[in-house]
Design a protein around this ligand. Structure first.
Ligand SMILES: [Zn+2]
Ligand SMILES: [Zn+2]
Length: 217
């Protein structure tokens, strides 16, 4: 545990003394509030904010989603509230299936179909350790595997035959983005690494939101 470490919206400020040996930290929430949280709650993911997250969710719970579209899903009607107050909605998918989804998942774009999109997009994954964020498989995008056709040894960097320049690119959610053409491999590698970092941060954020949506309030 170190100052500056982040858990959800909370950043560790300092360890507090005088809690009978319990590991309690003062944290700064992204919203600006200071709060005291036990380390075990942070580590378990039980506490992720000063309480502002919970309040925000309370407010968004009662938003009527009827008639709204999320990906291939159209919300037909309210299906009731689950334990903790999370609202469930009846949705019809473009493929004809009907499905019930949580409002938070719909609003955050974590559910975009009855499941048919994922089924169509390839082999089903049975392993528990495969994580999806909006249909992006974390383990796959983060893999360091380099294709045989890659001659530079740096993932996502290729040398253009005609000019000899190094082209760095990154693929995210099915879209390939060219990061630039560089004179040296080093520059191309830096551009790629920076883009990977940004992508990973984005994915972490999405995964966090997804986990929060799943967790009971
Ligand atoms: Zn807060
Ligand atoms: Zn469907």
């Amino acid at each position: 545990m170190e100052n500056g470490e982040k858990y959800g919206r909370l950043t560790l400020v300092r360890k507090l003394e005088g809690y009978g040996g319990r590991n309690v930290w003062e944290c700064r929430c992204d919203c600006g509030n200071l709060c005291r949280v036990r380390m075990s709650s942070l580590k378990s993911g039980h506490t992720r904010s000063c309480g502002c997250l919970r309040r925000e969710r309370q407010q968004e719970k009662f938003q009527d989603l009827t008639g709204m579209r999320f990906g291939k899903l159209t919300v037909i009607s309210f299906a009731g509230q689950k334990r903790g107050g999370a609202s469930l909605w009846n949705c019809r998918c473009d493929c004809g299936n009907e499905t019930q989804q949580f409002g938070t998942n719909l609003r955050r774009g974590l559910v975009v179909s009855c499941g048919c999109v994922r089924r169509e997009s390839g082999k089903r994954q049975y392993k528990q350790n495969i994580h999806y964020v909006n249909g992006t498989q974390l383990e796959l995008v983060r893999s360091k595997k380099i294709w045989k056709t890659n001659k530079t040894g740096v993932k996502g960097v290729y040398q253009e035959k005609r000019t000899g320049k190094y082209i760095a690119s990154i693929t995210f959610q099915g879209e390939r983005k060219i990061l630039g053409r560089f004179l040296t491999l080093k520059e191309a590698r830096q551009a790629r690494e920076q883009a990977e970092k940004e992508r990973d941060e984005k994915l972490e954020g999405m995964l966090l939101a997804q986990n929060e949506a799943k967790a009971p309030l």
